[in-house]
Design a protein around this ligand. Structure first.
Ligand code: AP5
Length: 215
């Protein structure tokens, strides 16, 4: 599988990516996870990205492209990859097209997950994320709570509410999405790669993607 998952914050990209990678061993590449890892480790990249992320703003395209040029050339990508949270702007999408051409990689599909704004708001306010960079399990205090409050079931690390999950930051992230990322649907529609998937159930979304890919 060589896929892009498009969708607003909280549309379920991360949840769907984890279900799909379990099928054939493709790797999930989440720019959000990479950036949060850098923030946690206190690297120069993390220090530069942290302010943008906490406010719910996008990190500059040049930083993101630097990360992705290296990441897509790592050996595990040969098994296939799911891009989760990238590209997020038209310049990122254009740069990705050039990069894939250079690496001789053809995308199978761009899946756009469409979920209503009120559902998204509720999901993000109740999400909890494992802080262990090699785990990053996702929970939800309503639909999928941890067995022990605040502790990841899988690895025992703290599972917390992200810094960008205040109501103000969520509203700003959704506005930024509408302004900068939603136009990518038109970009990929032109290339014939876009499949829009409407659904609030991750299983339904995964089944729809599998069907489109003939899996
Ligand atoms: P990032 O981490 O990519 O955040 P996001 O796109 O805002 O996506 P989320 O992780 O919030 O949502 P998701 O769609 O993966 O949903 P999830 O499956 O977790 O980016 C964070 C920040 O990094 C950005 O704001 C920006 O600053 C920066 N950044 C990252 N990439 C960038 C780029 N390319 N360019 C510039 N800046 C970049 O699900 C959400 C919740 O819903 C969970 O609680 C989950 O349990 C629940 N849920 C999911 N599906 C269901 C379901 N079917 N039913 C019930 N609950 C569900």
């Amino acid at each position: 599988m060589k896929l892009i998952l498009l969708g607003a914050p909280g549309a379920g990209k991360g949840t769907v990516a984890k279900l799909l990678t379990a099928i054939d061993g493709s790797v999930q590449i989440s720019t959000g996870d990479i950036l949060r890892g850098a923030v946690q480790a206190g690297t120069p990249l993390g220090k530069e990205a942290e302010g943008y992320m906490n406010r719910g703003d996008l990190v500059p395209d040049s930083l993101i492209m630097g990360i992705m040029e290296n990441r897509l050339q790592e050996p595990d990508c040969a098994k296939g990859f799911l891009l989760d949270g990238f590209p997020r702007t038209i310049p990122q999408a254009e740069a990705l097209t050039e990069l894939l051409k250079k690496l001789n990689i053809t995308l199978d599909m761009v899946a756009s997950i469409d979920v209503p704004r009120d559902v998204i708001f509720d999901r993000l306010c109740t999400r909890r994320t494992c802080t262990n960079p090699s785990c990053q399990a996702i929970y939800n205090t309503k639909s999928n709570p941890t067995k022990v409050e605040g502790i990841c079931d899988k690895c025992g690390s703290p599972a917390i509410q992200r810094e960008d999950e205040t109501q103000e930051a969520i509203a700003h992230r959704l506005d930024t999405y509408n302004e900068k990322t939603a136009p990518l649907a038109g970009f990929y529609e032109k290339s014939g790669l876009l499949k829009s998937i409407v659904g609030t159930s991750s299983d339904v979304v995964v089944d729809a993607i599998k069907k489109q890919l003939g899996l």
